[in-house]
Design a protein around this ligand. Structure first.
Ligand code: SF4
Ligand code: SF4
Length: 376
């Protein structure tokens, strides 16, 4: 199978299979998908961003702010409650006792496809295969982005402020992507950023097709200081939410709403500017601006159980530092908070023709063999 087929076949399968899930998503649900990007971005009018009395806009007829984002509230009510039932004798209530099968049935396709996607992403990661990596990125955009609008968002971080989480049984997909993200970050670092996030995947694919000559590469010093901006944004936006409860601020600090294809003129203008700037500065948002990337970077810096190996020659050789498109290699060190486990440097370490470590090893072995022949 050629490279294009390897890339396109799994994507086509995933999108085709996700058809029923999309159709079901349009039916009334007991609990909507638990992610902010799945929520339509309402027009950017003051009334939509803040309520008429200066409080967060609330969904019609409800006091739960998460519902306005399409997020399930903590302790969501069971799906079996038929609103407005005219069954005065309660026969229906007795007949509609909710079982786990009832709960899982509408989520099953979604969970199966998402699990398959995660397995595929892990296979591409462990095999260090570039075609499989690009297939994963394309699947992320097509499936998690365009089809499902499911991304880890700063609103998921907001949930920790009030310790307000969706009820597990109605939001298993939310817990699945959340657990996958946290566990892989603890083990390998920002694997979510390098493979799963549908916005990061889009900019990486953009990067693969944009000619290098129109790029602007910031100096190492600019890169280092600009990298701190995302941490400032993370603290600012979470602090702002903690003080004001205005969760709609998320739309102004992350572009993930774009997959809902619903935004105001201001939001589309901001997004257009960001994408144009990303053509010139590679992975601009991920490297310098993303609060979610900042949060995952902090976790990676402290944990990352399985780190990228370094040779002693890495102290002087600069080949992989120049290879890293994320500015994560600084001299002999890999800055774990910036590394997204893209595999580029790891593929290089395995290349016995390019990596200085292997060239030195082979040269030593050759000299040894020559020495043995001379000695004999
Ligand atoms: S830095 Fe943000 S936008 Fe980029 S891949 Fe990570 S989570 Fe996604
Ligand atoms: S090239 Fe290496 S250090 Fe840089 S982001 Fe990729 S895996 Fe991390």
């Amino acid at each position: 199978m050629n490279r294009a087929a390897t890339t396109l076949l799994p994507i086509a399968l995933l999108v085709l299979l996700s058809g029923p899930a999309v159709a079901r998503a349009q039916e009334p649900q007991a609990a909507p998908p638990a992610n902010a990007a799945a929520a339509p971005a309402t027009p950017d009018t003051p009334a939509a961003v803040s309520g008429a009395a200066g409080v967060p806009a609330q969904p019609a007829g409800g006091a739960d702010p998460w519902a306005a984002l399409g997020l399930p509230p903590a302790g969501a009510a069971g799906a079996g409650q038929a609103a407005g039932s005219d069954d005065a004798w309660g026969f229906d209530t007795e007949a509609k006792v909710e079982t786990w099968a009832d709960i899982l049935r509408p989520q099953a396709t979604d969970l199966a496809l998402m699990s398959l996607f995660f397995v595929f992403a892990l296979v591409s990661f462990f095999r260090k295969s570039q075609p499989l990596k690009y297939a994963t990125l394309a699947m992320s955009v097509a499936y998690l982005g365009i089809t499902k609008s499911t991304l880890i968002s700063v609103t998921d971080i907001f949930r920790f402020v009030h310790w307000d989480f969706p009820e597990f049984k109605y939001s298993i997909a939310w817990y699945l992507i959340g657990t996958f993200t946290v566990v892989t970050t603890l083990l390998w670092g920002r694997l979510y950023c390098g493979r799963i996030c549908a916005f990061g995947a889009l900019t990486q694919l953009l990067d693969a097709v944009v000619p290098k000559k129109i790029r602007w590469e910031p100096s190492a010093k600019v890169e280092r200081y600009a990298g701190y901006v995302k941490y400032v944004l993370l603290v600012a936006v979470v602090g702002y939410y903690a003080v004001t409860d205005h969760f709609t601020i998320y739309r102004y600090v992350e572009p993930f709403w774009m997959y809902t294809r619903q935004g105001s003129v201001l939001l589309w203008t901001m997004l257009g500017t960001l994408l144009v700037a990303s053509v010139v500065v590679r992975n601009l948002y991920c490297r310098f601006l993303c609060p979610v990337g900042a949060m995952l970077g902090l976790i990676s810096q402290v944990t990352t159980l399985f780190r990228i190996k370094r040779w002693s020659e890495c102290k002087t050789c600069k080949i992989c530092e120049r290879t890293c498109e994320w500015g994560a290699i600084r001299g002999p060190q890999i800055v774990r908070s910036e590394c997204v486990r893209c595999d580029d440097c790891e593929r290089l370490y395995e290349d016995e023709q390019k990596c200085v470590h292997w060239i030195v090893v082979h040269r030593k072995a050759k000299n040894l063999r020559v020495g043995e022949k001379v000695g004999a």
